[in-house]
Design a protein around this ligand. Sequence first.
Ligand code: ZN
Length: 444
Amino acid sequence: MSSLRHKNEVYNYIDEHSQDAVTYLRKLIKIDTHVPPGLNYPKLCRVMADRFNQYGCLCEIHEATEPYLEASGAETMGLDGPRSNIVATYKGTGGGPRLHLSAHIDTAPYDPEGWTVDPLEGKVTESNPYGKSPLDVGGGYVWGRGACDDKSMLVAMTMALETVHELGYKLRGDLILTGNCDEEIGGVAGLGYLIKEGLVKADLGIQLDGDVHKMGLAAQGRVRYRVKTYGKSYHGQMPILGVNAIEKMSNINVALTRHWREELLHRHKALHGIVLPEAIVEAGYDKLTAMLNIGTIKGGIQGATVPDLCEEEVLRCMLPGENEADVTAEITEVIESVKQSDPALKYSLDIINSREGYVQDPNHPFIQRSREIISDCLGVVPEFSGNLGSTDMNYQVNDGGQPCFTMGTGYAYTRYHQKDESVSIDDFLMNAKMLALIILYTLS
Ligand SMILES: [Zn+2]
């Protein structure tokens, strides 16, 4: 195929339809899908389905079933409304691989207090006081919760498909696009559900939830736990007659802290040809490293009462290769060790939810070829990156067996997960262009 001709056609089509792309992004931002609770997924899926139908896609909206809601920790997480996911299939003529593009329809939560723009308006400005995208050639910025993470990438993949369709290119392999829910809380009822239930099957994948100039190939997993300790309430001036649940939890926390600082921090997985974020490397960690965070603690009602209940949330970061069962057995052993000095310790340990880590081979031909296309578009070679935080890519890799990478519009100025989130218009248009070219190369 004449790749230069394709490149010119793709670039021209997307540039000519940039206004339409911005309008579509603003429409998606206006539908509030922050999680928890994650309301409005059905509404967002319907808007996306209307659009995909215009290109002749087969569209299905799948709602996660009860076991997935339970595994999400739906009740403790405060989830509400159906967990809807959209799967759009653009059928190929046959004989090619199936390529799966995934972006998430939920957003991080927000408090409008402190925002300088309406988080749901989708305001458009020429410049950005928080910084400038390296891809900014004057296209402006769109503002709002999810503007960058991840609604800009829902738009980028849609534009890529539209471009391929409208320019009349024929694909041999199927192109599968998913708008999956609940990514920000682990994706169990989102892409986890779609892939584990076999509703999406593909040979290659791209997770559209990453950073500008990077291709993400590795991430750590995590398990979230709820820990409770139980005591006996009594008058606080006679604590000798009560059992203090906060003291019990304190002993557990001393043990957990020693465990992660003295053991987990020495447990690594080396990455070859994959670079971790600067801040973590500067802190002395150039390999994926197991860690633990005691994230919340609450208990007691007042100083003059012995508390009979204390509870907290603990997050254990897992290395690729570690799994929920082994990690849970280990953490149980740490808590059990507290019984050596306190045989009467009463506690419970429950899993809220979990997702596994992953590492991809940088030398896989799909990843190498995609890197060449991205380099050609950007004029710089994107870094192969790893992250301690995770995305939905774990489901594509660990459950779907897809060779996969992340790409996206994230950058410091975009302030994703913070107040005043924005995205550079030139940036998500460039992502649409790169995606269209990767689709053409991979499937035609
Ligand atoms: Zn995201």
